[in-house]
Design a protein around this ligand. Structure first.
Ligand SMILES: N[C@@H](CCC(=O)N[C@@H](CS)C(=O)NCC(=O)O)C(=O)O
Length: 209
């Protein structure tokens, strides 16, 4: 498998999952918002053939090309059934995984990306700095909802008693929130710290640097 990625962007989710999975992979460092003539630019014509939006991550496995980070996590986890990265299919645990991960992608992540878009990703002429306050408001609301979606147990994991892709996605999303200076409650900073101490996360950090 080949993973195209950049630093701590959403591609880090896939890189971390690959390290958790034990699968063989090659990491291709890709640069964002760089000149299309640079060979490792996400705007290079050969990369755009794989990922029409010129974004990361992209995973290539033989003829399969995937360009959505959570689809990539699922694919990696399904290819490494012994890794425990996914709960058993058709169980209530799997439904909880779906609920939580869709919530993270649709509600918790969106204000982070809104801030990013209006800070650096959109063309300057369409950026609206007042969006930062809206993003903060929406993030705080999503965090309050998350408090109800996560189990009220002593388990440090989102589902059951072991680490799965929901934990990885949550930890990466809170890491992003911390880097973008959102108000992250202490318990979620602790959750980020705990999961980022996993050996696979540390190895992924070394690869992404
Ligand atoms: N929904 C996609 C979003 C991918 C995405 O927006 N990636 C960002 C980095 S986190 C990117 O490549 N941005 C480049 C740009 O906006 O030019 C996913 O989760 O994979």
């Amino acid at each position: 498998m080949k993973l195209y990625g950049m630093g701590q962007s959403r591609s880090f989710r896939a890189l971390w999952a690959l390290e958790e999975s034990g699968l063989d992979y090659e990491y291709i460092n890709t640069t964002l918002r760089t000149n299309s003539s640079e060979s490792n630019s996400a705007k290079h014509p050969s990369y755009l053939e794989l990922n029409v939006q010129g974004k990361v991550p992209t995973l290539v496995d033989a003829d399969l090309v995937l360009t959505e980070s959570f689809a990539i996590l699922n694919y990696i986890a399904r290819n490494a059934p012994d890794s425990g990265l996914l709960p058993k299919i058709s169980t209530p645990a799997y439904a909880r995984l779906d609920e939580l991960t869709y919530f993270i992608l649709a509600e918790l992540e969106q204000p982070l990306w809104s801030k990013g878009k209006h800070m650096f990703a959109l063309p300057e002429e369409v950026r609206i700095p007042a969006m930062f306050d809206t993003a903060k408001f929406e993030f705080d609301k999503a965090v309050r909802t998350l408090d109800h979606l996560l189990p009220e147990t002593d388990s440090k994991y989102a589902i059951g008693n072991s680490f799965c892709i929901a934990d990885l996605l949550l930890a990466h999303t809170f890491n992003w929130a911390i880097r973008f200076e959102f108000n992250v409650p202490d318990k979620y900073i602790a959750l980020r710290d705990q999961h980022y101490q996993r050996p696979a996360a540390q190895r992924a950090m070394a690869v992404a640097e």
